[in-house]
Structure formats: structure tokens, C-alpha cells
Design a binder for this molecule. Sequence first.
Ligand SMILES: NC(=O)c1ccc[n+]([C@@H]2O[C@H](COP(=O)([O-])OP(=O)(O)OC[C@H]3O[C@@H](n4cnc5c(N)ncnc54)[C@H](OP(=O)(O)O)[C@@H]3O)[C@@H](O)[C@H]2O)c1
Length: 269
Amino acid sequence: MTTIVITGASDGIGAEIARQMAERYGVKAVLVLAARNVAGLQTVASQCNAVGARTLILPVDVSDQSQCIQLIETTVKNFGGIDILINNAGLIAQALLQEVETKNLNWYEYVMRVNHWGSVWCTHAALPHLLASQGRIVAVSSLVGLIGLPGHTAYCSSKFAMTGFFESLRTELIDSGVCVTIAYPGVVDTQIRAHGLNAQGAIGELSSLNEKNAMSVEECARLIVQATMRRKRQVVMTTKGKLGQWLKLIAPGWVDRMAIAAVKLQRKP
Ligand SMILES: NC(=O)c1ccc[n+]([C@@H]2O[C@H](COP(=O)([O-])OP(=O)(O)OC[C@H]3O[C@@H](n4cnc5c(N)ncnc54)[C@H](OP(=O)(O)O)[C@@H]3O)[C@@H](O)[C@H]2O)c1
């Protein structure tokens, strides 16, 4: 049996990773699906069950450390260990820093709690079990965890923090048999922008990113599952993302302009 824990499994990339893992492992898979929306988790679980995989759905808010610990403890109690942990739960936020009032700055902390701390808490709790299984850790970061984007100071900093944490952890685990894969998707066709946070910290539709050439969720999940199986250190998605990494070394100003061109923001005159 291969026990796979996926956070943010009720929708989008996490749900599709669950379905693809279920297809791949069939009856040999136990999928522990975590998120807040139980109805969404139930739908994904029945899709995974249909191809033979076992599932356990757990309502978890990753912004709460005790719920992250509970997720891992319940998994180990039920299935005896963990082979793969996929830190995928996340939300997006968009605002120019100059538009954020001091009284609203606390949502920056919330974005950090969900995207970064949720991953840290789950990984810390799961680490002894992953060491025992010589398992795999996956972090779903973003291209904005490598390159800054205007209007995304909160989101980018949470993803850069994930990058730093998981890069460091990889070096700590180098001889342990546990691998760390960081995924850097570009724009993916999911609902993430339909419920992002705005300058006031309110949930709403965000549409600054050009979504014309968005990657399909199936392709994004396929690349993540493939990199996980191959124990790759990272998967950088899109040609621009790959190019940006190299250009940043030799022409960083050019990369800044590419980032500005990628978003359409209403700036104050
Ligand atoms: N879509 C893109 O363009 C894109 C690009 C680069 C990186 N990413 C990253 O990919 C990951 C998945 O995003 P997506 O596009 O699939 O977004 P999505 O469709 O909005 O799904 C986000 C998932 O995260 C869960 N989640 C959000 N807040 C949570 C919380 N506090 N506790 C537990 N689960 C929570 C949601 O479930 P509940 O609401 O049920 O809790 C949902 O299952 C995120 O980390 C995102 O930053 C996305």
C-alpha cells in the first residue's frame, strides 16, 4: 500500500493530483484527502474510489497548526505510515502594497499561514514517518516563488518562503532517502482567482493575470505526479518560467519587465 496525503484536495490541482495518483496506483493506493470543503472532498474521493483506490477524507484548515498535526496523526493511526506528502493547499491574493491600509495588513499574515506555514506544519509532523518510509515530499509553489510579480507581494512572499524552506530541507535530507520535489506552475486553469483576497482582505474575483494561455489542470497535475514519481528536485513549468530563471542571472531588469507585462493592474495615477 502507498499512503499519499494531499492538502487542498477538494478542488483544482490537488483534486486532479488525487485522481491521477488513484489511476496510477489503483487498489494499491490509500489517498488521504484534506481541505475545508467536505462536499468537494467527497466528490474527489468517489472519483478515486471508482478506479479502486482507498480514500479517507479529513476536514482540515491548514492555517491551524493543530489541524495539520491531527491530519498526520490520523493518517498514521489508520494506515501505519505515510509514503508521499503533497503540500498543495493555497490561496492567491492581489493588491498593490500602496493600496493596502495598515488596518488590513493582517491578511498578509493569513496568506503566509495557509501557503507557507500550512506546508511547514504538515511537513514537520510527517517527517518522522517519511524518514521511516524513505518517502517523498512535494511542495506546490509557483513561478512567483522564483520571480517577483507586481500586485502579488503577499502571494509571492509566501511562495518564496516555501521555496526557501523546501530547498533547505532537501539539503538536510540529502542522505536520508527522503526526496523533496518543488513544483513551480505558471498560470493554471483553476478557480483559484475566483476566490482570492483583494487589498481589503475580502474574498473576490481577481483577474490581473493573463489567463489566455493557461495550462490545463490535467497537464499541471501530470507534470507534478511525474516529477514526484521520478524523485525530481523541481519542476519548472512553462517556457517563460524556464527562460526567466536563466535570464534573471544575466538580465534581471528584463525579467522585471516580463513580470510587469504578465499582469494588467490598474495603477493609481
Ligand atoms: N492555479 C494557478 O494558476 C496556480 C499557479 C501556481 C501555483 N498554484 C498553486 O497551486 C496550489 C493549488 O491551487 P489551485 O489552482 O488548485 O487552487 P484552487 O482550485 O482554488 O484549490 C485550492 C485548494 O486549496 C484548498 N485550501 C485553500 N485554503 C485552505 C485552507 N486554509 N486549509 C485547507 N485547504 C485550503 C482548497 O480547499 P478548501 O477551500 O476546501 O479548503 C482547494 O482544495 C496552490 O498552492 C496555488 O498557490 C496555482
